[in-house]
Design a protein around this ligand. Structure first.
Ligand SMILES: Cc1cc2nc3c(=O)[nH]c(=O)nc-3n(C[C@H](O)[C@H](O)[C@H](O)COP(=O)(O)OP(=O)(O)OC[C@H]3O[C@@H](n4cnc5c(N)ncnc54)[C@H](O)[C@@H]3O)c2cc1C
Length: 435
């Protein structure tokens, strides 16, 4: 039996595990490592809590664990606790599937030093109940600026402007729902460098935002009448039409306001210790203006973190069709990559399925040809390094506890966000606790 390690239990890692378990060319056992005790990556900690149908993909992904030859090793951070080179001594092949965990910066004054200037990634992690997330106090926030016009920007804008009662049915942790109920956001500026006809958001996401109850929409910096919609693709045309419809609706007495600001970029965030305003410059005529703001969320893209000893270029692992390449562009035997860390941080969950299929097909083709090597024992390696890992059963205990917690509140699930609670559940069976 050949052995494959997958680093990262997000959608791409789980698709790859399922595909490896289901192929018949070579018999393989698969170990999936994640730094968290919970699988699903950004499906659990990125996809918006009010997007139930997307969240339901977890069931499909979890099918990878149905195979007795697939094991889960949670609480193992590769690159820190164990190196990729050490795993390569214990496995015929390693697949890097660890996603893109950092975010891009605007590089403008005030961004790094002022309280209230954050990445959308941090904000998403918080409302998704990621155990590493920093709690967000939104009680003083009346006006927010969201920089970027992709789907993540639309998600965070929607969470800021949506009636918290409508979010109470989701799996958001209690602490997050309480903070959102305490929030009185009245204005959100959603800002794009170019026009609405080239914005990255998809029409479904945009329409969902524009359709929020009790909110009106204003358009600044773009003239829809000047856009020839006949020249646009279907998505762009639908986006322009959705904006035209939203701004035509007058909602006297609306308590919340969405300001769509196009063809502008932020040039400075100002304030005395705390964000107080954002200055924008027009990309069309260079004119400037300022809006008051208590919170700035930059949503201009994610990028990956390199692993020690693994070739990296431009925010992702250097590869050709999933085979990891050395700096001289020769393939590195036994090393593969899939998902966002393979192709960069874009693409919906479904895109990772095709991506993993390509990687797995190449891995299997190589494995069939490769002579068997004398391998070390991964369990012994981890034990020798003093690593206490969590298992699939431990995740199932967390899963059960979240479902029970949700049941008490009349919801399908309530997320457990505190590390100590997750670890207590993990180590409950072992009678030990980890600080
Ligand atoms: C805010 C947001 C909202 C989104 N909404 C949608 C949506 O509505 N619909 C949709 O289809 N797609 C959505 N996406 C896209 C989707 O989440 C991605 O396509 C998908 O999650 C990428 O999968 P991945 O496995 O490559 O990475 P990830 O999902 O990031 O998984 C990576 C995994 O690796 C683990 N890991 C990281 N570093 C290490 C390490 N050193 N050692 C061990 N483990 C490690 C992480 O804990 C994580 O579990 C969204 C993305 C974001 C950011």
């Amino acid at each position: 039996m050949r052995r494959v390690a997958i680093i990262g239990a997000g959608p791409s890692g789980l698709f790859a595990a399922g595909q490896l378990a289901n192929q018949t060319e070579v018999e393989v056992a698969v170990d999936i490592f994640d730094r968290l005790p919970t699988p699903f990556g950004l499906l659990r900690y990125g996809v918006a809590p009010d997007h139930d149908s997307v969240k339901a993909v977890a069931k499909t992904l979890a099918a990878a664990f149905d195979s007795p030859r697939v094991r889960f090793f949670g609480l193992v951070e590769v690159g820190k606790q164990v190196q990729a080179s050490e795993l390569l001594q214990c496995y015929d092949a390693v697949i890097y599937a660890y996603g893109s965990e950092l975010d891009r910066k605007l590089g403008i004054p005030g961004e790094a030093e002022l309280d209230g200037s954050r990445s959308a990634r941090e904000f998403v992690s918080w409302y998704s109940g990621h155990p590493d997330a920093i709690p967000q106090d939104l009680s003083g926030v009346r006006s927010a600026v969201v920089v970027g016009v992709g789907n993540v920007a639309v998600d965070v804008t929607r969470i800021l402007l949506k009636d918290p009662d409508e979010l109470s049915v989701t799996d958001m942790p209690d602490s997050v729902l309480a903070a959102l109920r305490d929030t009185r956001v009245e204005n959100v500026w959603l800002v794009g460098r170019r026009g609405p006809e080239v914005a990255a958001f998809t029409s479904i996401e945009l329409r969902e935002l524009l359709g929020l109850s009790g909110m009106d929409t204003e358009l600044i910096g773009a003239d829809l009448d000047a856009i020839d919609t006949d020249l646009l693709d279907r998505k762009a045309k639908a986006n322009v039409e959705a904006i035209a419809k939203a701004i035509s609706i007058k909602l006297p007495g609306a308590k919340r306001h969405l300001h769509l600001l196009f063809n502008h970029r932020p040039v400075a965030i100002t304030g005395d210790g705390q964000v107080e305003a954002v200055e924008f410059e027009s990309n069309l005529d260079g004119s400037r203006f300022e809006v008051p703001a208590d919170l700035v969320l930059r949503s201009i893209g994610y990028y990956g973190v390199p692993l020690p000893g693994v070739p990296f270029s431009d925010g992702r692992i250097l590869n050709l069709e999933g085979r990891v390449l050395d700096d001289d562009l020769s393939a590195r035997p036994g090393e593969y990559v899939t998902g966002w860390i393979k192709r960069g941080p874009s693409g919906l969950i479904g895109a990772n399925k095709k991506d993993s299929a390509e990687t797995v097909a190449n891995l299997v083709a190589d494995l069939v040809e490769a002579p068997a090597r004398q391998l070390g024992d991964p369990d012994e390696l981890l034990t020798a390094k003093g690593i206490t890992w969590s298992t699939l059963e431990d995740w199932r205990r967390i899963d059960g506890a979240e479902i029970d917690r949700g049941g008490l509140r009349g919801r399908a699930r309530t997320k457990i966000e505190a590390w100590h609670e997750l670890l207590d559940l993990v180590f409950a069976e072992q009678g030990a606790s980890v600080s």
